[in-house]
Design a protein around this ligand. Structure first.
Ligand SMILES: [Zn+2]
Ligand SMILES: [Zn+2]
Length: 225
């Protein structure tokens, strides 16, 4: 098959363990060369998931938590480097849905080691959905875990990417809860998004869910940070 990032043909190397245990094979869609260009986050800020040399709160999060003690516990898989910026440009801005499976194997491995009861994708607003034809977050994770969509996003007059950081932080609540509250009671819930930038989207979604179902245990996950 061809690598979804560089389009070069490659074949997946099977490990001895794959052959010995006949376990379900995770299909790699990224070649070894592109895998090496990705930066996996190993040590991170416990609040936003930013890569760091020590697992302490980063300065942004220290400042944020002083103002508003609402903790997120975001975990992210990869640093949002040039490879991922190029990937998201093609996947989200140009709307190339074929790329949705690029990180399925990496995410499946991550979810296996960090299981939750309920996985909630961050929704797209109706205008973005109509323009792109798919929800990029659902595309990334639907083949990895069973998703429980229960948030609705309000229409946004100005695209987030075009706003300044200050303008993004001031945005009023973006979401409304449209799910069944009883399915989330006392459950370990993982909120899923594609990229963590300021954390504002996640904090809005978290606040909305916590108001609807105060006793759910909430953490967040993004592919990139
Ligand atoms: Zn490649
Ligand atoms: Zn942080």
């Amino acid at each position: 098959m061809n690598c979804l990032l560089c389009q070069q043909p490659f074949s997946q190397n099977l490990t001895l363990a794959d052959l010995l245990y006949w376990r379900p094979l995770l299909v790699e869609r990224i070649c070894a060369h592109c895998q090496r260009r990705l930066q996996v986050i190993t040590t991170a800020c416990p609040e936003c998931g930013r890569t760091q040399t020590s697992p302490q709160l980063c300065r942004d999060c220290q400042r944020w938590l002083k103002k508003q003690p609402q903790q997120l516990h975001n975990q992210a898989l990869f640093v949002y480097n040039a490879v991922l910026q190029d990937f998201f440009k093609r996947y989200k801005s140009l709307g190339d849905y074929r790329l949705h499976a690029a990180f399925t194997a990496d995410c499946q491995r991550w979810f296996k080691h960090h299981p939750a009861d309920i996985y909630i994708p961050i929704p797209t607003d109706a205008a973005s959905y109509a323009r792109r034809g798919f929800n990029p977050v659902v595309g990334l994770y639907a083949d990895c875990v069973s998703l429980t969509p229960c948030l609705k996003k309000q229409p946004q007059p100005v695209k987030q990417a075009h706003k300044s950081r200050q303008a993004r932080l001031r945005t009023p609540q973006l979401f409304t809860f449209v799910g069944t509250k009883t399915t989330l009671h006392n459950k370990k819930v993982l909120l899923l998004d594609d990229i963590y930038t300021t954390g504002r989207t996640m904090r809005h979604a978290q606040a909305c869910l916590k108001t609807a179902v105060p006793d759910c245990q909430l953490q967040t996950f993004t592919l990139a940070r």
